[in-house]
Design a protein around this ligand. Structure first.
Ligand SMILES: Nc1ncnc2c1ncn2[C@@H]1O[C@H](COP(=O)(O)OP(=O)(O)OP(=O)(O)O)[C@@H](O)[C@H]1O
Length: 339
């Protein structure tokens, strides 16, 4: 950790103010490479392809997500991360492919059923949800209430019992996320960070096994970053599996046990955060001076011999240094704001 007031230039150290927690290791079998087998996978995807017109947005040969760990899905803009998320959660249908969750096939299973099976994703607060109170948003996150079925409406006592159990759980979770004082407020009145906390708390209403977070840090004020990261780490401590999409590499390093890198719809690298971030193909995929060429090589679109290895290696070293500089500057800014 840097001395107080010193910028945190060590890319492997957690962002200032955060205490590192032990990483979960021993997740894979054999060498870390795209499609590597996991010791205990919770999701197994095979040949998943999604095309939009002539564009192949997702083309995943084989992917396993390890159970009981935090996996980050990273990649440049347009890599196919959100599309893969949508496919895995039943919000979109692939052109081809199969996948299982907890050993059960999810192909063709609609989103609401996927959620009931224990795989939930967070949702951004839409305009409509913003017009509901924080507590009502939480209640919406509960699944399997007896009140959902029409006959339960005939038995008010049963419904009320269920409703109060749901409300108790909602208030417990809101307290945990320090949002209980806001229970009666319109969700739209929350700050960006508080909305992210509500999105996460709402997902937990259904007591999921796998929580999928789409850019949990986007738009979050630095003051709330720490608490949000702690909540994500807590999910793992409570036995849940987490899969998240994130652009903020420092956060990925800090909380992820495993990183899957996508580019041009394919998985181009997998591994623990430290080794993945050293991978020149990964650095190039983000910041490479020869991005078109490098991406084409790592995704197999071009043959490796077409790449200029010397130039590309030099560019990788340069971009790695530039990336570290950007991260150091960002952290210095965060520290300044926290003072
Ligand atoms: N509904 C759609 N119709 C047409 N093209 C789409 C659609 N959804 C995604 N795409 C395209 O598929 C590709 C992958 O998009 P996707 O949003 O999955 O990438 P991403 O990795 O999540 O990017 P970002 O980090 O910018 O969110 C992009 O080229 C995108 O333009």
């Amino acid at each position: 950790m840097p001395a107080p007031g010193e910028p945190n230039t060590d890319a492997t150290a957690p962002p200032t103010g955060l205490v590192a927690r032990p990483k979960t290791t021993g997740l894979h079998v054999g060498d870390a490479a795209p499609g590597v087998k996991k010791v205990d996978p919770i999701i197994v995807a095979d040949g998943v392809r999604r095309q939009f017109g002539g564009l192949t947005a997702v083309d995943v040969e084989h992917l396993e997500i390890p159970r009981g760990a935090i996996t980050a899905l990273i990649g440049p803009n347009g890599a196919g991360k959100t599309t893969l998320f949508n496919l895995l959660t039943g919000f979109d249908k692939p052109n081809e492919g199969t996948w299982t969750f907890d050993g059960r096939s999810l192909s063709g299973v609609p989103a609401f059923k996927v959620a009931r099976m224990g795989q939930v994703r967070t949702f951004q607060l839409t305009k409509a949800l913003g017009l509901l109170t924080v507590l009502d948003n939480m209640k919406l996150g509960a699944t399997g209430q007896r009140g959902e079925r029409f006959w339960a409406g005939m038995i008010p006592a049963a419904w009320r019992k269920q409703d109060s159990a749901i409300e108790n759980r909602a208030m417990e979770l809101l307290a945990k996320f320090k949002l209980d004082a806001k229970a009666g407020d319109f969700a739209a009145s929350l700050s960006g960070g508080q909305r992210k906390l509500l999105e996460m708390a709402r997902a937990l209403m259904s007591e999921p096994k796998l929580v999928m977070l789409d850019e949990p840090m986007a738009g979050v004020n630095p003051a709330l970053t720490e608490s949000l990261l702690d909540h994500i780490l807590d999910l793992k401590d409570q036995g849940m599996t987490v899969l998240f999409v994130e652009h903020d590499m420092h956060m990925v390093r800090h909380i992820a046990d495993w990183v899957v890198v996508m580019a041009e719809g394919r998985v181009v690298a997998e591994g623990d955060p430290y080794s993945v971030m050293q991978d020149p193909a990964v650095i190039d995929a983000y910041l490479g001076a020869h991005q078109e060429l490098d991406l084409g090589v790592v995704t197999g679109r071009y043959a490796p011999e077409e790449a200029d290895v010397t130039t590309d290696a030099a560019a990788s070293a340069e971009t790695a240094a530039a990336q570290e500089e950007i991260l150091a500057e960002a952290l210095a800014e965060i520290e300044e704001e926290e003072k």
